[in-house]
Design a protein around this ligand. Structure first.
Ligand code: AKB
Length: 319
């Protein structure tokens, strides 16, 4: 049987920029359709290496037209606004994150597509256990981003239960990567610090030195997403919204690791109250036992390996 195509929304964002080529390397360049609201600078590794379409996820007809044109069978729905951006424009966040997801799920229902939905550590709030937050803890977030991710997880479960759609997803902590910069997130410091360390030898951090939030490195993000989508459904008890994590981090701890590579490196702190309040409402760390047991989540990059690789790649890129 001819293999159906894969559609990636938000393909020029932090994760999409690397997930699209990764999926193309596994399933074939012409089988992975990248889409985005608009084209950004230096995006040729996505737009020129396979099919690319402009799609606004708030417009159902644009999603349906691409699904039909390429005979799409699976959607990696990455288009989303992040936590800090959401606090400055909650309505825009709701429109992209919730209306967008609703449109994707409806299009998936009509066309019998499987869906990957990235949720976030942001689903947890001040009432959730702070350390090693369990898979099935209370989810009452205080950021609009978190509210949209909880509602999104529930909507995904609903479409699975009601229409038997194959919808799977992960709760990402902060994602550290070196291809595209993250935009408007609370965990962005853990990427920016590397760029500023190489360019300036110093970094001004918008979170407190002791603000703990878990992180994962992009190669583990890529492998984990595909591993989950390929997992035997019989083994999935949760299916959607799996906690995943790899590195428990604070800005202070990351700065110490950076200093091992750039000895004169200095960090200072200029706290952004909005992002600090979001960070304070999130867990310090996540318990990802369910992901490990149900589909074999096993991240390869700890703090040392990630930091070494970030410097190797970025030193070449920023030369
Ligand atoms: C953000 O900081 O908003 C994101 C996230 C943790 O979901 N990186």
């Amino acid at each position: 049987m001819k293999m159906k195509s894969i559609l990636v929304t938000g393909s020029l964002g932090q994760i999409g920029t690397e997930l699209t080529p990764y999926l193309r390397s596994i399933y074939g360049d012409d089988k992975v359709v990248a889409s985005s609201l608009h084209v950004t600078k230096n995006c040729e590794n996505v737009t020129e290496t396979g099919p690319f379409e402009l799609v606004n996820v708030t417009k159902p007809e644009e999603i349906i037209s691409v699904i039909k044109k390429y005979d799409v069978g699976t959607i990696y729905h990455l288009a989303s606004l992040l936590s800090a951006t959401g606090e400055s424009n909650p309505q825009a966040l709701w429109s992209v994150n919730m209306d967008g997801l609703n449109n994707i799920l409806e299009a998936a229902r009509e066309n019998k597509c499987a869906v990957f939905f990235p949720s976030s550590i942001a689903v947890f709030g001040p009432d959730s256990p702070k350390d090693k937050t369990p898979q099935d803890a209370v989810t009452r977030p205080t950021s609009i981003y978190g509210v949209s991710k909880v509602a999104g997880e529930l909507l995904c479960d609903y479409y699975h239960l009601k229409y038997n759609l194959d919808i799977r997803g992960l709760r990402y902590p902060g994602v550290i990567s070196n291809a595209a910069l993250p935009g408007g997130g609370t965990t962005d410091y853990a990427v920016h610090i590397f760029y500023d360390a190489i360019r300036e030898g110093s970094y001004k951090c918008f979170l407190r030195k002791d603000s703990a939030i878990d992180m994962i490195y992009m190669p583990d993000v890529l492998e984990g997403a595909v591993q989950l989508m390929e997992a035997d459904p019989e083994k999935l008890i949760h299916r959607n919204a799996f906690n995943v994590s790899a590195i428990t981090l604070t800005p202070g701890k990351l700065a110490e690791e950076v200093k091992k590579h750039i000895p004169g490196f200095t960090i200072s702190y200029d706290i952004d109250p909005v992002r600090q309040a979001i960070a304070d409402s999130w867990p310090n760390s996540l318990d990802d036992t369910a992901a490990r047991e149900e589909w074999g989540w096993n991240p390869k990059y700890g703090l040392e390996e990630m930091t070494k690789d970030m410097f190797t790649v970025l030193r070449k890129k920023l030369k």
